[in-house]
Structure formats: structure tokens, C-alpha cells
Design a protein around this ligand. Structure first.
Ligand SMILES: Nc1nc2c(ncn2[C@@H]2O[C@H](COP(=O)(O)OP(=O)(O)OP(=O)(O)O)[C@@H](O)[C@H]2O)c(=O)[nH]1
Ligand SMILES: [Mg+2]
Ligand SMILES: [Zn+2]
Length: 311
């Protein structure tokens, strides 16, 4: 039996099925039994990007296989389930780089989501990348000014325009890696992937009058690109941290690190505590006011989640 096993990677999940790509083609695999139950408080035991061993089933009309084993994950991109913060939702496994995509036209409004995703990259140890797409809609100098605090923390920022095919070195950054694209709906994640490889021909959506997307991409999918992989994700409205204590949030802010050393309390959340180095640094203009205000908003959400979980 074991000589018939194939190695594959999960490229898509649909209901109770995983689509698994192998070098013998794509197989449809039911996710059930022991694997389906998985660890408690986990939505699905299998995620896009998982490496599996599968056994092809004879006589099936379309290639089907049973899942025989799940290989250990190198990394996991996860969040709290939007419907139940006690449940951990793994969006993708075995990813190296998290490409956070924002739209130039709505950049300022999207920075709270950008900050959450960058903090996630820090927490889950992905190489972070910020992509500002739709650069045809605003002058570059204006965008660079809005992102000055991010440039100051030496984050890699690319300015792209999928509409004109301008990628600002993105293919070189992605070479040989598995990169997941995340951001709000309508920022052009799928459009960028189509420029990276026109053969993908992913569906691209409209934006409404306010420039917001309509959630065109509905499923996470893994797509081959050269020697690496790309993961397209549906636009996120919510990206809540799973099991993060409020006083741990600021540890995910590299630009707060030096000032945090000067807080009197090691568990300081930098909100109302006395002798707070972070607040002092904001007042002295050493930490960006916007980053700090958005931090307070995210902190409030962490706090509310913790209160909910206490009951
Ligand atoms: N002006 C301009 N429009 C763009 C650019 N890139 C994408 N768009 C448009 O933005 C809209 C949304 O693009 P998508 O690629 O579907 O966005 P998405 O991020 O994948 O959205 P979801 O799948 O809903 O999360 C489409 O109408 C694109 O044509 C760009 O560089 N400039
Ligand atoms: Mg999309
Ligand atoms: Zn503090």
C-alpha cells in the first residue's frame, strides 16, 4: 500500500474537501474521520499549504484520494475565528512571507488593518512586506509621506500599479518563497497575482463608489509561481489576534521597542499607566502619533476579546 502513496500540497479547501496537487495531477480528498476532528478549538485540521501523503482511490470518475498523513507545518498564518474568538483559524500553512497589500486611494483608512497584519507577521515570524497598489491614483510623494513611520522602521515597501503592470521589484522579492497576499477587499491582491503570472487568470472584482471591494475572492488558494508559491486570500474586514494578552500587543511593534524599555511596569499597556516610556515617546514625537492611536484601537479589541473569553 505505502508504495502507492503520493506527496501533495493542499491548494484549496471547499466544504469537506481538500484539493491536493501532486506531480501526478490534482486530487480531491475528503477531509474526515480522525483528521477532521483534529485538535479541539481548531476550525479545520487542514489548511491551504499543508503537505500531505495521499492514497489515490481506484475507479473514481475524477481523481480522488484519501488523506493518509499530514506533515509537520513549518509556519502557520492564523487568526481568531471571526465567529468565535476561542477558535483558532489557520488561513495558510508553510508560508515564508506575508505581503500586506493596501490601496493607494484609501491608504490612510487601511492603516489599522495594515498594522494588525504587520503585527501578525512579527508574532508568527513571517518576513513582512508592505505593497501599496493603485499608485496610478495618487502622487508617490504623498504616499511616501503617509508611510514615513514605516520607512523609518526599515520595513520593505513596494509601490505598485497592477493596472499598468508596474511591480516595483516584487518578482525578485518573491523568488523561491511561499508568499501570502492579505489586505482589505478591492486593493488589488488578485490583480497583482495576475500580473505576476497572467496564466493564473484570477477573477478580479469591482469596487463600489467609496473604492471598497466586493469580496471577489471567496476562498484561500495556493498558486504556483516559478520556484515558489503564492497564496491569494479573500479581503479581510476583521483580523483578530488569537490568544494574545493585551500587554503582549506592543511587543509586536518594533518602533515601540526602545521606548518600552523606559516603562516602569513590565506589563505596561501604554494606555493610562504612570511613567510610561511609550506615551512619553509619542509626546516627544519619537513614536508616530497615528501608529500609537491605532495601537490603542487594537488594544481595545484585544481587551474586549479577553473580557468575552472570561465568561
Ligand atoms: N486604478 C487601479 N485599479 C486597480 C489596480 N489594481 C487593481 N485595480 C482594480 O481594483 C479592483 C479590485 O481588484 P481585485 O484584484 O479584485 O482586488 P482584491 O484585493 O483581490 O479583492 P478581493 O478579492 O475582494 O479581496 C478591480 O476593479 C481592479 O481592476 C491599480 O493598480 N490601479
Ligand atoms: Mg481577490
Ligand atoms: Zn508603557
Amino acid at each position: 500500500m505505502s508504495e502507492n502513496l503520493l506527496s501533495g500540497v493542499v491548494v484549496r479547501l471547499h466544504g469537506h474537501h481538500a484539493y491536493v496537487r501532486t506531480d501526478q495531477g490534482e486530487y480531491l480528498c475528503p477531509v474526515r474521520g480522525r483528521l477532521k476532528k483534529g485538535r479541539r478549538r481548531e476550525r479545520s485540521p487542514i489548511a491551504v499549504g499543508d503537505r500531505l501523503r495521499i492514497a489515490p482511490l481506484a475507479g473514481a470518475q475524477q481523481p480522488e484520494a484519501s488523506i493518509e498523513g499530514l506533515l509537520p507545518r513549518r509556519t502557520e498564518l492564523y487568526r481568531a475565528d471571526p465567529h468565535d474568538p476561542r477558535v483558532r483559524q489557520v488561513l495558510a500553512a508553510n508560508v515564508d512571507l506575508l505581503a500586506v497589500v493596501a490601496g493607494a486611494d484609501l491608504l490612510e483608512a487601511q492603516l489599522a488593518t495594515v498594522d494588525r497584519l504587520l503585527a501578525t507577521a512579527h508574532l508568527q515570524r513571517f518576513e513582512p512586506l508592505l505593497i501599496v497598489n493603485k499608485c496610478d491614483l495618487r502622487p508617490r510623494a504623498e504616499l511616501e509621506q503617509a508611510l514615513a513611520p514605516y520607512h523609518a522602521m526599515h520595513l520593505r515597501v513596494l509601490y505598485t500599479c497592477a493596472a499598468r503592470g508596474e511591480l516595483d521589484g516584487l518578482p525578485q522579492v518573491l523568488a523561491g518563497k511561499c508568499a501570502v497576499f492579505a489586505g482589505m477587499s478591492g486593493v488589488g491582491k488578485s490583480s497583482l497575482l495576475n500580473v505576476l503570472d497572467p496564466a493564473l487568470s484570477l477573477r478580479v472584482g469591482d469596487v463600489d463608489r467609496d473604492g471598497e471591494g466586493r469580496h471577489t475572492t471567496t476562498h484561500v488558494s495556493l498558486l504556483p509561481l516559478g520556484t515558489g508559491w503564492l497564496v491569494d486570500t479573500p479581503g479581510v474586514r476583521e483580523f483578530a489576534f488569537y490568544d494574545l494578552k493585551p500587554n503582549e500587543l506592543s511587543l509586536l511593534y518594533p518602533d515601540f521597542a526602545a521606548a518600552r524599555e523606559r516603562c516602569r511596569f513590565s506589563t505596561c499597556t501604554h494606555r493610562n499607566e504612570p511613567h510610561c516610556g511609550v506615551k512619553a515617546a509619542v509626546e516627544a514625537g519619537q513614536i508616530d502619533q497615528g501608529r500609537y492611536e491605532r495601537y490603542l484601537g487594537i488594544l481595545r479589541d484585544c481587551w474586549n476579546t479577553e473580557q468575552k473569553l472570561a465568561y
